[in-house]
Design a protein around this ligand. Structure first.
Ligand code: CO
Length: 136
C-alpha cells in the first residue's frame, strides 16, 4: 500500500454552523463543500488546508454512528482518512495482515469517492478511513 497523503482529518461536531464559524474566525479556514450523506447519517463539510482537509461531521440523529460517538466520547477527533490509488488493493493487503475491517467492500462516501473504514481496534484506537483518489 502506497498512501499519497492524509486526505482529511475528521472531527465529530454537534453544531456545524458554530464550528465552521470558529474555524473561519480563528484560523481563516473556510468550507468549500457541505453535503448531507444520508447513508452515513451525517452532514459533512470539507475545509482544505494545504494538501489536506479538515472534515466536520454533524450527526443527522443521535442514533447514527457519529451521534453515538459524540454521546460516548464527546466532540473531537473521529477519524483520519488516508488516500490510496486502489482501495481494493489496500483492503486485500489489510485482510492479509489480519486487520479488523468495518467495510470489507468499498462503499461510496462524500464527493463520490470509494471509501472503506478500518476498525479502531486495529491501530491505536483510531478509526482509519481509506479514500480512493485517482490522478496521482
Ligand atoms: Co472521512
Amino acid at each position: 500500500m502506497k498512501p499519497y497523503n492524509v486526505d482529511h482529518v475528521a472531527l465529530a461536531v454537534e453544531d456545524l454552523d458554530a464550528v465552521l464559524g470558529d474555524f473561519s474566525r480563528l484560523f481563516g479556514v473556510e468550507a468549500v463543500s457541505r453535503e448531507v450523506v444520508e447513508e452515513q447519517g451525517v452532514e459533512e463539510a470539507m475545509l482544505p488546508i494545504g494538501g489536506t482537509s479538515l472534515q466536520l461531521l454533524r450527526p443527522l440523529s443521535p442514533d447514527s454512528p457519529v451521534g453515538r460517538f459524540i454521546e460516548k466520547r464527546g466532540q473531537g477527533l473521529h477519524h483520519i482518512a488516508i488516500a490510496v490509488a486502489s482501495i481494493d488493493d489496500a483492503l486485500a493487503h489489510l485482510r492479509a495482515e489480519g486487520a479488523r475491517l468495518i467495510d470489507t467492500e468499498p462503499r461510496i462516501g462524500g464527493g463520490g469517492h470509494k471509501i472503506a473504514f478500518v476498525h479502531p481496534a486495529t491501530v491505536a484506537g483510531t478509526l482509519i478511513e481509506l479514500v480512493e483518489i485517482d490522478g496521482h
